[in-house]
Design a protein around this ligand. Structure first.
Ligand SMILES: Nc1ncnc2c1ncn2[C@@H]1O[C@H](COP(=O)(O)OP(=O)(O)OP(=O)(O)O)[C@@H](O)[C@H]1O
Ligand SMILES: O=C(O)C1=C[C@@H](O)[C@@H](O)[C@H](O)C1
Ligand SMILES: [Mg+2]
Length: 287
């Protein structure tokens, strides 16, 4: 390819128009304009897509349909995989769609919850499990209080208890909870004992709705029996001990709760749906 140069009328060297790889001098400008038009189309499509997301939410609300529909999400993913399977840009396009999906989830989360969701309840009630699921489904930030404390202290909870005592651990919980009130649209999965301090409950309610998960002592026993991560239960993993401790804590849990969800024999999806509908109802009552 010969990109010959010649002088223009002012004497400046310019490339010959016809001989440069089949491109013309002004092609670059033209491509840039085409790119800008493409970007405009993408913006218009995204605005339209987001408006459709809002319509779907309104429709589900009107007809009392479940908000979370993981099967539909899986169907959409299959459709996309099929459509992109022979596309040479499939990795890049999949990456873009991942972000689009995450942002759709955020739009839903912001519309549904303008506050933090704070999960409380006895050990093994499912706080971590449900928080994790909700945070994935709505792309919401998740703070697992126990885990956060373990990371900051660089020690396991049983070691914190053994080295510094329970009071020290409880103070860490209170301080973390205070710190978390600065954010919003976050899921906070509390340690099992967090709601026992009145000061903690005041903090939770500043910027959050408190969801109490419950389960029978038998269910709790089944869920915790194979783990040694809960120092209070170590050596006490039996139904009578759990029953007794639960009864002692019950009043405080219930007093802290804005909504209560009983979790025995329910799937994670069922519990999460119940949580969303109870929180939504609560907001409607408060309007
Ligand atoms: N709805 C459920 N159905 C069946 N198993 C469940 C359910 N919810 C939680 N589990 C199981 O019970 C165990 C304890 O759950 P999880 O860790 O979520 O409880 P937790 O309330 O966070 O406990 P802790 O207060 O000790 O942190 C886990 O193994 C989890 O998989
Ligand atoms: O119920 C409790 O008092 C506790 C529950 C766990 O989540 C941990 O926060 C810790 O083991 C104490
Ligand atoms: Mg937990």
């Amino acid at each position: 390819m010969d990109c010959a140069t010649k002088k223009d009328f002012s004497g400046k060297s310019v490339r010959s128009i016809k001989k440069c790889g089949g491109f013309r001098m002004n092609d670059l400008e033209m491509y840039r304009e085409q790119l800008a038009l493409c970007d405009d189309k993408i913006i218009d499509a995204l605005v339209e897509r987001n408006a459709i997301i809002e319509k779907i939410m309104a429709y589900k609300e009107t007809y009392g349909m479940p908000i979370l529909q993981p099967a539909q999400e899986a169907k959409q993913e299959r459709r996309l995989n099929e459509k992109l399977k022979d596309n040479k840009y499939q990795d890049e396009i999949h990456d873009v769609f991942k972000r689009i999906l995450r942002n759709s989830k955020r739009i839903q989360a912001r519309k549904l919850f303008s506050y933090n969701i704070v999960l409380i309840g006895f050990m093994g009630a499912g706080k971590s499990t449900i928080s994790d699921y909700l945070s994935t489904m709505f792309d919401m930030k998740l703070v697992e209080m126990d885990q956060e404390i373990v990371e900051r202290e660089e020690m396991s909870i049983p070691d914190i208890f053994a080295t510094y005592g329970e009071e020290y651990f409880r103070n860490l919980e209170t301080n973390l909870l205070k710190e978390l009130q600065e954010g919003e649209n976050c899921i906070i999965s509390c340690g099992g004992g967090v709601a026992m301090r009145e000061q903690n409950v005041v903090e939770m309610k500043k910027n959050g709705r408190v969801v109490l998960l419950t389960a029978s002592p038998e269910t709790i026993y089944e869920r915790v029996k194979d783990s040694n991560d809960r120092p209070i239960l170590n050596g006490n993993k039996n139904v009578p001990f759990i029953t007794d401790m639960m009864e002692k804590r019950r009043e405080k849990y219930e007093a802290a709760a804005d909504v209560v969800i009983q979790t025995d024999n329910k799937s994670i999806l069922e519990i999460s749906e119940e949580l969303i509908s109870k929180l939504t109802e609560l907001d409607e009552e408060n309007v």
